[in-house]
Design a protein around this ligand. Sequence first.
Ligand code: FPP
Length: 267
Amino acid sequence: MGIIGFLKNKGSKGSKVKEIMADVSAKQLPRHVAIIMDGNGRWAQKRRLPRIAGHRQGVEALREIIKITSELDIRYLTLYAFSTENWRRPRDEVNALMSLLVEYLQKEVDELDRNGVRINMLGDIEGLPDEVSAEILSAVNKTKHNDKLQVNIALNYGSRAEILNAVKSIVRDAVEGTIDINNMDDTLFARYLYTREIPDPDLLIRTSGEFRLSNFLLYQMAYTELIFTDKDIYWPDFDRYTYLKTIQEYQNRRRRYGGIDAGEGET
Ligand code: FPP
């Protein structure tokens, strides 16, 4: 299998879920899964529904994915909820997405908290409407002591802006003398990113058959395994079965980080 996996929607699901769950749980799991939840609009369009109905259904899918991630003891889940480029969408859709996020946090934070989920935000919080940033800060604060699963919501997030901001802060610190630029390495650099203290994603999933990273975690995903689903699996269709199949595909990959497998190269 090459660097890019392609997950097709086939096979009967129901009876296989238990079997796949057992298989997946017995093998090495990713520590950090990142997801580009793409295709909500197309899911709705296919049903002649307004786009926001797709986003609403997307939240339902998300609920289930958080649950399974926790059941599998995966430690970090990062979700691309709204990019710095998403402001270009029609104002109604942007407003509806922001309201959906607030509604989700208001409704779910207590249960997430009870289940040991820690909410964290990646992105420029100052560029968000006050009601949204207040709700996020409250959820982050309420769940900050949890350690079963950390859910990072990338919101008003753009990877290039994140990297540029890191560079600006590093230059500032170097000029002020709080860091020595000669000691700068990738570990120190990573501390200037939104993802400080979060390990790099092991697996990236993007639904709906688009093969792009769309300005998401570009620095952090240098060695991440990429899996793109078939184009008829929109985010609201991404269910337990499909998630488990994706993890199964990840477990069949051989991660080499630029090196070679043990045993390879021996003559
Ligand atoms: C991409 O589908 C999806 C988004 C831009 C938003 C994702 C948001 C949610 C699932 C809901 C809110 C999030 C949280 C964390 C509660 P698209 O609109 O680009 O679909 P299309 O490509 O078919 O148009």
